[in-house]
Design a protein around this ligand. Structure first.
Ligand SMILES: Cc1cc2nc3c(=O)[nH]c(=O)nc-3n(C[C@H](O)[C@H](O)[C@H](O)COP(=O)(O)O)c2cc1C
Length: 218
């Protein structure tokens, strides 16, 4: 039964939401990944829950199984498509190189989590999963949001970038003439999907403005 359920979805992507502003980027990313047919493994930090409650009307329980139900209902996920892990769920697959999926996104990424990932702190499951992604040379995308960045933040980002981690700041462009907040959110989510190699039609690629439906792979 488990094998059949797992085979029903595209490769799992880990998405962690931490306590930086921009919760909507992470929530939209989950929705898009679900719609694209991926299995999505989710971790939401305590601070991220507070930010979600502050910035959106989305109500999410903290307990992982109830969180699965709430997120699945929100995004229209099929049974088994979303899995959620708690802060100290060290038995979760993301805690080990043998179980972790090929790609992880921390969106939004607080400067606190950025710092912990840069130093390998691994004090909670989000930090540990990112540490595993780095040691296993897997795709890791961090979406920091802070303004201005301090030298501490910048040094951490440079160190991580040199390790192959993608630093993708939550800084949407305006050259596609966004008409709404949703357009700005999709700009960042599209950039993340590009890093994951997932096709999308969220925003036109450069050189294709004016033909929003035409989004190529290359
Ligand atoms: C409403 C709200 C907005 C916040 N915005 C940011 C932010 O934009 N960037 C940031 O790095 N931290 C921000 N913080 C602070 C982090 O949530 C805080 O440093 C927290 O310890 C991060 O924990 P985490 O990395 O485990 O999620 C914000 C906190 C709140 C409550």
């Amino acid at each position: 039964m488990t094998d059949i359920a797992e085979a029903a979805f595209k490769k799992p992507i880990t998405v962690a939401l931490t306590g930086a502003s921009g919760a909507q980027y992470g929530l939209r990313l989950i929705d898009v990944l679900v719609a694209a047919g991926h299995e999505v493994w989710i971790m939401i930090s305590k601070a991220a829950h507070l930010v979600i409650a502050t910035e959106t009307d989305v109500e999410l329980p903290a307990q992982p199984q109830r969180l699965v139900e709430a997120l699945s209902q929100r995004s229209g996920a099929q049974p088994g498509q979303i899995r959620c892990f708690g802060r100290e769920d060290w038995m979760a697959p993301v805690a080990s190189g043998s179980g972790a999926p090929s790609a992880m996104v921390v969106c939004p990424c607080s400067t606190g989590t950025l710092s912990a990932v840069a130093t390998g702190a691994s004090n909670n499951l989000i930090e540990r999963a990112a540490d595993v992604a780095i040691k296993e040379r897997r795709t890791l995308v961090l979406v920091p949001r802070e303004s201005p960045f301090s030298p501490i933040h910048l040094e951490h980002m440079l160190a991580l970038s040199r390790l192959g981690v993608v630093i993708l700041p939550a800084a949407p462009g305006f050259y596609h003439r966004p008409q709404s907040i949703d357009d700005l959110i999709d700009f960042i989510v599209a950039r993340i999907l590009n890093q994951l190699g997932i096709e999308h039609t969220l925003v036109p690629r450069w050189g294709e403005v004016g033909d929003a439906a035409a989004v190529k792979d290359d």
